[in-house]
Design a protein around this ligand. Sequence first.
Ligand code: NAD
Length: 362
Amino acid sequence: MAVVDAERLVTLVAAIFEAAGCAPMEAAAIGRYLTEANLTGHDSHGVARVQRYVDWLAEGKVEAGKSVTAIVDTPSLAVLDGHYGFGQTVGPQAVKIGIAKAKAQGLAAVALRHAGHLGRIGDFAEMAAAEGLVSIHFVNVVGSILVAPFGGVDRRISTAPYCIGVPRPGAAPLLLDFATSLVAEGKVLVASMGGKPVPPDALIAPDGSKSGDPAVLYGPYPQGPGTRDPMRGPGAIRAFGEHKGSGLAFMCEILGGALTGAGTTGPDKRFCNGMMSIYVDPRVVDPDGFFPAECADYVAYYKSARPVEAGGEVLVPGEAEQRSKAKKLKDGIPLSDGTWDSIVATARRLGLDDAHIRAALR
Ligand code: NAD
């Protein structure tokens, strides 16, 4: 295991993407967002993706230096095309537009199509919450067919994440942010590189049996670093929450994919994220200022439930991420050997020297 310093990891990842052809601002944003995912405990959407993003850039699957353009622009609605630019560039651009419209109108919706991989959707809800806004995000992953619907064995859905952020004065936002698959694909990726294993029922083999073996998703793959292609495996990830989770995933495809114009997932489609976002200004909805105190009271009431296990605790959405971030900022970010080796191999391939690479280590 390697332990890295967060700020120095941002610098290293930024240097890798500059060497790969991104402008400094875009490279820095990729470094910051990927590192933030590791900090918040979502290694699946963190620097384990460096090698894959660099490969995608080289293959033209994602494009450097793109900006969103508006297809529809009304006071309360924008439909935006991300032109397959890096999600870490076009994602925040779309959110900024949503924030400005919601602040002016009290309510706004933004449909973003053709975004490169948007990574951790919670980043965008946090951006809106920092401006005092509630936000809801329905996302799909076009061209990525990884998940079997409830009652089915074959892949028909993406990991289609869903996210809600709620601002709290003087406290971190309430943040529900998850893939509608039983585990995010990146968690299977991390497990395949020697990181935390996925639950034994997270995947489904073609014969309908449940499994936790990453090879069900990737097919046979090399140990340590090396390409993992989730389209090569025979099986699928299971949708979370039985018929209810599968139904939510379906609606993420319909709203994040069909309504945005990104398209629902399916075979032979170019990879991108579609994201349908709704922004609400609670100050407009709630002129009497009832909402913040009621949220605070409910958080306390919710958390007062007796824990199932002695010493356990009830957490509200977003709390696990805040705790993870505080710990990793202090103690460093642990990366599995497979993840660290894949970063080192990618950095070397792009001509970065070893001293530069090792500077990220604690
Ligand atoms: P997860 O299973 O870790 O669930 C995270 C959610 O559960 C958070 O809201 C968290 O606060 C809450 N939570 C965690 N532990 C808890 C506890 N003990 N008690 C109460 N609540 C708790 O997340 P995931 O499904 O693995 O998703 C990981 C990330 O992947 C997300 O950030 C998601 O946006 C991202 N994602 C992105 C894409 C994409 O295409 N861009 C696709 C899929 C997932």
